[in-house]
Design a protein around this ligand. Structure first.
Ligand code: RFL
Ligand code: PHB
Length: 392
């Protein structure tokens, strides 16, 4: 088999890249380890920046998003019981609440409608030849060992994928912070407790009230990393969440049986550079942010938006050298998002062992920003998303 761009991973980054390339007339094939149903069963992000919505608009995969997504012009910080509203319009743009699962489904449908090729349930993907000018993918599909020759490989295969590990030792620099806690999340068919998202800082630990629709909510509480989901009955979860909310919100909270319950570890991670020879890394394959800033999915989409425009320059514009700048351009945005995600995480979570003085200083840091119009706008701008990086 032969294609122009071989994409590893059919998560949101791989699928969006496939659609952007189709639109630019650049042939591509996606190989995915899991089944389409499995990919659609993963409950993850819920907040889309305007830049992500614009990219989905550009590939014609946003009809349902505009019909069913909920536009939010702000969010709340709940600081030890005190409610503070952050106005996103102060930072310029709103965000859209629409589940990652739905984004993935819409991109899958758009790809199917265009006849784009995605191979699911592919095993043993191996990447070769990226140091030369004729790279390839080897994999097994339906028991048959197959080679896919291509011009370039893009690794959109997430944090545990094969692409990053293909790059020889010594080429990549890794920057990492692992937090000693995770998020226990549940999905439930009850109306959200509040019209906007609520990020709560509390002595018992962080909590987040989010949503997927007017009748479906997503709630999270901070738990120690070693905690087990089986030890958390629904009743225990609701009690803990209520304890971290203000009395008015706790009273309004509507509980119900969980549809899904899982624990996600929190990590900050970046590799530099995000490319090696003819292999490019995009999305979670290259970087992870803790979810507190709602940036992971948005960064993944911004990476492939940039990469697709560079491929277009290379093929339609006859400037293949433009691709050499991918990593440098992408990393500027990545580090700004890392900073914000780390900051939100540090300010809002209880860090085991953190001294009382630093805990007080964090409270004062939040108060300082919230007392200032410029401070509030800084938070709003970062949450709503940074402008994309372009060559110009
Ligand atoms: P994905 O979604 O992990 O997709 C990678 C795909 O690659 C496949 N794969 C392979 N395929 C072939 N061969 C191999 N060897 C392969 N290895 C892996 C996998 O099966 C998979 O289908 O990465 P991608 O596309 O880069 O997308 C990144 C996002 O999924 C991620 O950043 C977000 O979900 C993070 N995130 C959030 N981001 C936001 O922007 N806003 C949010 O509100 C938000 N909330 C969250 C989140 C992540 C969470 N968890 C569970 C970590 C909330 C949570 C709880
Ligand atoms: C979610 O709805 O899953 C969600 C929302 C905001 C975040 C993280 C996760 O910051």
């Amino acid at each position: 088999m032969r294609t122009t761009i071989a994409i590893v991973g059919a998560g949101p980054a791989g699928l969006l890249l496939g659609q952007l390339l189709q639109r630019a007339g650049i042939d591509n094939v996606i190989v995915e380890r899991r089944s389409a149903d499995y990919v659609l069963s993963r409950i993850r992000a819920g907040v889309l920046e305007q830049g992500t919505v614009d990219l989905l608009d550009s590939v014609g995969a946003s009809q349902r998003l505009h019909a069913e997504g909920i536009v939010h012009h702000g969010f709340e910080l709940l600081l030890d019981g005190r409610r503070e509203h952050i106005d996103l319009d102060a930072g310029g743009v709103p965000v859209t609440i629409y589940g990652q699962t739905e984004v993935t489904r819409d991109l899958m449908d758009a790809r199917a409608a265009q006849g784009g090729q995605t191979l699911y349930e592919v095993d043993d993907v191996a990447i070769g030849g990226v140091d030369g000018d004729r790279p390839w993918l080897d994999f097994t599909v339906d028991g048959v060992v197959t080679r896919l020759d291509c011009d370039y490989v893009v690794g959109c295969d997430g944090f545990h994928g094969v692409s990053r590990r293909t790059i020889p030792e010594g080429v990549l620099r890794t920057y990492e912070r692992v937090y000693p806690f995770g998020w226990l999340g549940i999905l439930v068919d009850t109306p959200p407790v509040n019209d906007e998202l609520v990020y709560a800082r509390h002595a018992r630990g962080f909590a987040l009230c989010s949503m997927r629709s007017a009748s479906r909510s997503r709630y999270y509480v901070q738990v120690p990393t070693e905690e087990r989901v089986d030890d958390w009955s629904d009743a225990r979860f609701w009690n803990e969440l209520r304890a971290r909310l203000s009395p008015d919100l706790a009273e309004r909270l509507q509980t119900g049986p969980s549809l899904e319950k899982s624990i996600a570890p929190l990590r900050s991670f970046v590799v530099e550079p995000m490319q090696h020879g003819r292999l490019f890394l995009a999305g979670d394959a290259a970087h992870i942010v803790p979810p507190t800033g709602a940036k992971g999915l948005n960064l993944a989409m911004a990476d492939v938006g940039l990469l697709a425009s560079l491929f277009d320059k290379a093929y339609a514009g006859g400037e293949p050298q433009a691709l050499a700048r991918y990593s440098e351009l992408a990393l500027r945005r990545v580090w700004r998002a890392q900073r914000f995600s780390w900051w939100m995480t540090s300010m809002l979570h209880t860090l085991p062992g953190l001294d009382a003085f630093t805990t007080r200083v964090h409270g004062a840091e939040l108060d300082t920003l919230l007392a200032s119009r410029a401070g509030r706008a800084t938070i709003a701008e970062a949450y709503a998303g940074f402008p994309g990086q372009t060559l110009d």
